[in-house]
Design a protein around this ligand. Sequence first.
Ligand SMILES: NC(=O)c1ccc[n+]([C@@H]2O[C@H](COP(=O)([O-])OP(=O)(O)OC[C@H]3O[C@@H](n4cnc5c(N)ncnc54)[C@H](O)[C@@H]3O)[C@@H](O)[C@H]2O)c1
Length: 277
Amino acid sequence: MAYNLLKGKKGIIFGALNDKSIAWKVAERAFEEGAEFLLTNTPVSMRLGEIDELAAKCNTEVIPADATSTKDLEILIQAAMDKYGKIDFILHSIGMSPNVRKKLPYDKLSYEYYQKTLDISALSFHKMISICKAKDAINDWGSIIALSYVAAQRTLYGYNDMADAKSLLESIARSFGYIYGRDKKVRINTISQSPTPTTAGSGVKGFDGLMDFTERMSPLGNATAAECADYCITMFSDLTKKVTMQNLFHDGGFSSMGMSMKAMNQYNKSFDVLPED
Ligand SMILES: NC(=O)c1ccc[n+]([C@@H]2O[C@H](COP(=O)([O-])OP(=O)(O)OC[C@H]3O[C@@H](n4cnc5c(N)ncnc54)[C@H](O)[C@@H]3O)[C@@H](O)[C@H]2O)c1
């Protein structure tokens, strides 16, 4: 159901790879809610993924940009301004760890890869915000969202150096949220989403077990990508104008749980199969 929440609003959506991507669902919902926006991803992801199909659906175009490249970001943000004037929202839905991809554990990281993880998954957020601010690209009361994960606060097996990237990402939202809010009334938040079966998500070690665990632990169950898109839309809308510098958990309650009955039942079952001693 559409409510015209983003009618007249313009934006940029980073990170739609295929129809499982959280950014893909956000783009579909933003379009339904009346927004106009540019889509962007790396040239490689554009070739491997299906973003052109999404662009056709949303009556827009894709501008390639590697989010680690200041030059690419400048070209992209200028293109958005040429097309729309000032914009109102940005979604940063970008994450990648070469250490996770190469299955290097946290105590044996490649530091070269570690820097890439931080550059792609966190510093890119700082870069895009700082270019927007320098160009005065965002309207007053504009909204910038990045997607995060509870591994920024708590250690979860297998999440590796992405946990450090998410901590940095959330800190950038607070640090820049103060400056951009003070100077231009632009709000900056992160949404901390449940494990979600996307290309990036499924690359995390033990992902299926993790999803099952969080489903059992969360009173409302895991949040889907489509539900995450709904939340992003409210954060881009004028209904949340005074929310900034927050990490907003969108996880069915998982982050406040210690143990649930469903998880306890499953845990106890594991003892049934042990031989008595
Ligand atoms: N899937 C989950 O379980 C989960 C949970 C919480 C948060 N998140 C976060 O959600 C965001 C989106 O991930 P997703 O789950 O939709 O997976 P996804 O694989 O569909 O999206 C990740 C995107 O990052 C893009 N990307 C990678 N390197 C880039 C670069 N240098 N420049 C620009 N874009 C680049 C990829 O092309 C891809 O489109 C990520 O920040 C991820 O960490 C995911």
